[in-house]
Design a protein around this ligand. Structure first.
Ligand code: SAM
Length: 157
């Protein structure tokens, strides 16, 4: 199945007028160039059957302002999935991107107390290379115990 045109139009409208580059320093330092929505839609078209499955989770470890996950939220919203925001996750190192991403998701799904709690838990400001990906509100980075449990640290200093 392909993404219906009506949903594509909603995604394009939601992202209309958004800047893909904020400034040159951020591009140089963080590689911050956001993906244009038409390109995002072409990618999501490839996995549309998965997105149609209730509860299918999507995570972007370098989420930026949410260019990739906003269309996912809109698709789930249009499909009337009962689990929408709770199945979408993102991490970014820049707090302003995290704030913007959360706001965009809430603008689509509703600024309810429940949704606010979900985006605060699921959209995290952290280094995506080091985050533990538990999305549980704990300190974002792995402890020595975590590393030992995963066999990545043999103990001793
Ligand atoms: C190329 S943009 C992509 C953003 C989004 N995924 C998109 O497709 O529009 C890369 C993003 O990664 C973030 N970033 C750079 N280094 C990071 C790191 N170590 N951990 C998490 N995010 C990082 C930047 O702030 C930027 O928002």
């Amino acid at each position: 199945m392909r993404i219906p045109r009506k949903i594509m139009r909603l995604c394009l409208t939601e992202s209309k007028n958004r800047l893909l580059v904020k400034d040159k320093d951020r591009v140089d330092e963080y590689g911050e160039v956001f993906t244009p929505t038409p390109r995002v839609l072409r990618m999501l078209d490839e996995i549309y059957d998965d997105l149609c499955t209730e509860g299918h989770t999507v995570m972007d470890p370098f989420v930026g302002d949410g260019q990739l996950i906003l269309p996912v939220a809109i698709i789930k919203q249009e499909l009337r999935h009962t689990e929408n925001l709770s199945t979408i996750y993102g991490v970014d190192i820049m707090q302003d991107n995290v704030d913007e991403c959360r706001k965009r998701l809430l603008d689509v799904c509703g600024h309810t107390p429940e949704n606010i709690a979900i985006v605060e838990r699921n959209i995290v400001c952290a280094d995506g290379h080091r985050y533990h990906y538990r999305f549980d509100g704990t300190d974002p980075y792995k402890t020595l115990d975590d590393l030992q449990n995963e066999g990545l640290w043999e103990g001793g200093l």
